[in-house]
Design a protein around this ligand. Structure first.
Ligand SMILES: Nc1nc2c(c(=O)[nH]1)N[C@H]1C(S)=C(S)[C@@H](COP(=O)(O)O)O[C@H]1N2
Ligand SMILES: [Mo]
Length: 437
């Protein structure tokens, strides 16, 4: 429990004038005592002694009738949220069809990524496929080669699971040093969605995988003909063939009408516009743009088959695109943590570049292979901070520092950078991507 003497109560004069203006400050100080044992000051910044026209005068939106129902048959976010969009980094890729954009992590909360904000990564643009024209074929080492329509697939038992998808190249630009100024760009190749679909196992059982069938080749119906080799154990374990995301049909960008879900494994394997599975007895030799997904080591050897996404976290607020606007005092730090191995057990936060750590508060559902939301509620003294977060998963895997990763894998890598991120927060609340050694 917090020591009551340390809680700065709202000034009596402030309380009185606020009451005059019709605002009740009921229990504000008490509400703040829950956070991590820290001293919490009043969160009310406005000068309470002056009348505020926004509270004392009737505003237009409080006076005139608004739009009726049906003005937006498929609803859109408030016009005041127009800055909250996916963004790309123009110089990263040569054109927009084989490209990537990034989830605005700094503008979101909770654990679900809204469908319209899920980052996109495609190698041949977005295929537009009518569900009635879509087919999924299973061939190769099976007893009965089969072709499914979308209706056929929906007749298998459906399941709902919340999973993150992270591109193996997420944070890849940061291997050699702090590079991009915003968590949207350093960490935004991740999204977290509730999928509705059927277990791939049901479809494979229907086709009957032969004993020699050890590998699976999913293929996309986009011009990239995206393919990847997946070991049959994973396919039969928790892979889904999904047609809904967050309750509605997949978005075209995310593979409408059908995509493969490969929980915990790198995004490249989650084939979109999924049209075929071939069952084989060994991994396939892949075309250049997919075989790139190996990690080049300092000695020139490559780490292959690094499919699982390791434990990782990032502070989303504050961050370069989301500075602290309210000055010192009561502050909420928040971020995301995830592990391709399971759930997140703990997240630690440091304000001094990793010298001291405090345990953050996890809040929201804790699903395996899903992102977790953490908060650190504390009282900022207004001094410079070097903010870091460090996640630990339920298998005891601990997120490494960037330097530890470099020691292990050298500087040539791009993929699978799960190193600890540092934001330098200055006294004015602005934040910058930095590295400290
Ligand atoms: N058919 C197809 N599937 C694909 C790709 C693609 O270009 N074509 N890109 C892959 C890569 S590299 C990633 S990281 C994820 C991105 O999924 P998203 O666009 O839903 O974020 O899809 C994967 N599946
Ligand atoms: Mo990717």
């Amino acid at each position: 429990m917090s020591d009551d003497k340390n809680i700065e109560k709202p000034k009596v004069s402030a309380r009185r004038s606020a009451l005059k203006a019709g605002l009740k400050l009921g229990g504000l100080a008490a509400a703040g005592t829950a956070g991590s044992g820290a001293i919490i000051k009043s969160a009310v910044a406005a000068d309470q002694s002056k009348p505020d026209p926004l509270i004392t005068e009737i505003q237009d939106w409080n006076r005139y009738m608004g739009d009726g129902v049906d003005s937006n048959p498929y609803g859109l976010p408030s016009k005041f949220e127009s800055e909250v969009v996916r963004r790309d980094v123009a110089w990263l890729t040569a054109d927009a069809k084989s490209s990537v954009n990034f989830t605005p992590l700094h503008a979101l909360d909770g654990i679900i990524t809204p469908n319209g904000l899920c980052f996109e990564r495609h190698h041949g643009g977005v295929a537009q496929i009518a569900p009635s024209d879509h087919r999924l074929m299973i061939n190769g080492l099976v007893d009965h080669p089969l072709v499914f329509t979308m209706e056929d697939i929906a007749r298998f038992p459906r399941e709902n699971h919340t999973y993150f998808l992270e591109c193996a190249a997420n944070s890849g630009m940061e291997w050699r040093g702090a590079q991009l100024n915003g968590c949207q760009f350093t960490h935004g190749m991740v999204h977290n969605v509730v999928y509705t679909g059927v277990k791939l196992k049901h479809l494979l059982d229907e086709a009957g995988v032969k004993a020699r069938g050890k590998w699976l080749l999913p293929e996309g119906a986009d011009p990239a003909h995206m393919t990847r080799s997946i070991p049959i154990e994973k396919a039969l374990d928790d892979c889904l063939v999904a047609f809904k995301m967050n309750g509605e049909a997949l978005r075209p960008e995310q593979g409408y009408p059908l995509r493969l879900v490969v929980p915990g494994w790198e995004g490249n394997m989650w084939v979109k516009w999924l049209r075929r599975f071939e069952v084989g007895d060994q991994p396939w030799h892949h075309r250049e743009e997919t075989s790139k997904y190996t990690d080049l080591l300092a000695d020139g050897r490559a780490r292959r088959f690094t499919w699982e996404m390791d434990v990782k976290s990032v502070i989303t607020n504050p961050s370069p695109q989301a500075p602290i606007m309210h000055g010192k005092g009561r502050t909420v730090i928040t971020g995301l943590a995830w592990s391709g191995h399971g759930t997140i057990k703990r997240v630690d936060v440091s304000t001094d570049g990793g010298r001291n750590w405090v345990t953050a508060r996890l809040d929201g559902p804790s699903f395996s292979k899903s992102v977790h939301r953490f908060y650190y509620d504390f009282d900022w003294d207004g001094r410079d901070m070097y903010l870091q977060s460090r996640a630990i998963d339920n298998h005891g895997n601990i997120q490494p520092t960037k330097n530890a990763l470099r020691l292990a894998r050298g500087e040539n890598s791009i993929y699978h950078n799960n190193g600890i991120q540092t934001w330098h927060v200055r006294g004015d609340g602005s934040a910058e991507n930095v590295e400290i050694s």
